[in-house]
Design a protein around this ligand. Structure first.
Ligand SMILES: NC(=O)C1=CN([C@@H]2O[C@H](COP(=O)(O)OP(=O)(O)OC[C@H]3O[C@@H](n4cnc5c(N)ncnc54)[C@H](OP(=O)(O)O)[C@@H]3O)[C@@H](O)[C@H]2O)C=CC1
Ligand SMILES: Cc1cn([C@H]2C[C@H](O)[C@@H](COP(=O)(O)OP(=O)(O)O[C@H]3O[C@@H](C)C(=O)[C@@H](O)[C@H]3O)O2)c(=O)[nH]c1=O
Length: 301
């Protein structure tokens, strides 16, 4: 299969690149360096030259080191997360290729009123419509609205990614590096499993639509800390904020989405996502501290 990948240079895009190569697919990377990605005609011209079978969009604006930074660059953020998916949709539909878009679970907060996790049928409750969200989350929710009714399109929701490779973007690293932690319950996505599930959608002819690609279940920050200690990955004295108010006052500029998601639609479709506690333990057992991590040592857990 020949895959056009938009956003290959990023954290999520690097994992897609690795797995696309590992699976023996051909790949054409498209980005701002070789295309005006906001122009349908420019994008079409690159796509017509390359003639891919499918397209994957993992470009977007996340803010660095975290979503607080999106509050300072709102135009770029809404361009990358809301406008860009619409341009890509138009281009893909014009040439009739299937495609997938990396969305985020950060368009939800908490749990559903019935206590269950949010499914793909639930309306985002952390969005501009609720007027309760960060700029980042608002733009991601709007990005999904832009794609409502898209044909031959997957929307894959990723949420707080982690892997065994220590890095500033990895949630398991963030937990070890933050001075103080917010106690919260979250569904999370193991990045290698997320990317494998996304690629499997095409290979297994999974029906198009939206999928919560989070590892089944949810986990509290304090449980993650216990697993890090049990695995011998860190013996740090972890400290917690007393409350969300203290977190907001001392460490954050904009509210965070902490939420529980239901991934049963993905599991029923045959996508592989390991239950969250098992997955975190397996990931920590293969932990590669940043200083020694390299391509050769990379293990897909
Ligand atoms: N990392 C995370 O925690 C999560 C990420 N996601 C989503 O995954 C996607 C990728 O995130 P991640 O890999 O972490 O981000 P990175 O910042 O690591 O990479 C972003 C990629 O998108 C491109 N890009 C950034 N801003 C724009 C823009 N305004 N217009 C066009 N292209 C842009 C960059 O290209 P260039 O080389 O040109 O700068 C780069 O390839 C995003 O859509 C994000 O919302 C979802 C949930 C969690
Ligand atoms: C800043 C900070 C966050 N946290 C917590 C809050 C939250 O539960 C968790 C993650 O918050 P961060 O600020 O690190 O990350 P944030 O930028 O909110 O992360 C998000 O990035 C975007 C791109 C997404 O789409 C999300 O899925 C998620 O990965 O860490 C602390 O415990 N202590 C801290 O000092």
């Amino acid at each position: 299969m020949h895959i056009a990948l938009i956003g290959a240079s990023g954290y999520v895009g690097s994992e897609f690149t690795q797995q696309i190569n590992d699976r023996g697919h051909q790949m054409t990377a498209i980005g701002r360096s070789n295309c005006d990605v906001y122009s349908v005609s420019s994008l079409l011209s690159v796509l017509e030259d390359a003639s891919p079978d499918i397209l994957i969009n993992c470009a977007g604006y996340t803010g660095k080191p975290n979503v607080d930074a999106c509050e300072l660059d709102k135009a770029n953020c809404i361009a990358g997360n809301t406008v860009l998916p619409g341009v890509i949709q138009e281009a893909c539909e014009t040439i009739g290729i299937p495609w997938g878009h990396v969305s985020s679970g950060c368009i939800f907060t908490g749990r559903r009123a019935d206590g269950n996790g949010f499914t793909e049928l639930d309306e985002p409750n952390f969005s501009f419509r609720q007027n309760n969200c960060s700029w980042y989350s608002g733009t991601k929710a709007l990005g999904e609205e832009v794609l409502a009714g898209a044909s031959k399109c997957y929307i894959w929701r990723l949420r707080i990614p982690f892997s065994n490779i220590d890095s500033p973007r990895n949630y398991l690293s963030k937990v070890q590096r933050y001075e103080n932690l917010l106690e919260a319950e979250n569904s999370l996505s193991n990045l290698p499993e997320y990317v494998a599930a996304a690629l499997d959608c095409f290979e297994k002819n999974v029906p198009f639509g939206t999928y919560n690609l989070t590892n089944p279940g949810s986990v509290a920050t304090s449980e993650v800390v216990e697993m890090i200690k049990e695995a011998g990955v860190s013996d740090k004295e972890f400290r917690f904020f007393d409350s969300e108010d203290e977190f907001m006052a001392k460490a954050a500029k904009t509210p965070r989405s902490n939420c529980v998601m239901d991934s049963s639609k993905a599991l029923v479709a045959g996508l592989k996502l390991t239950p969250i506690h098992d997955c975190i333990r397996a990931t920590l057992a293969q932990w590669q501290p940043e200083a020694v991590a390299s391509d050769e040592q990379r293990v897909a857990t």
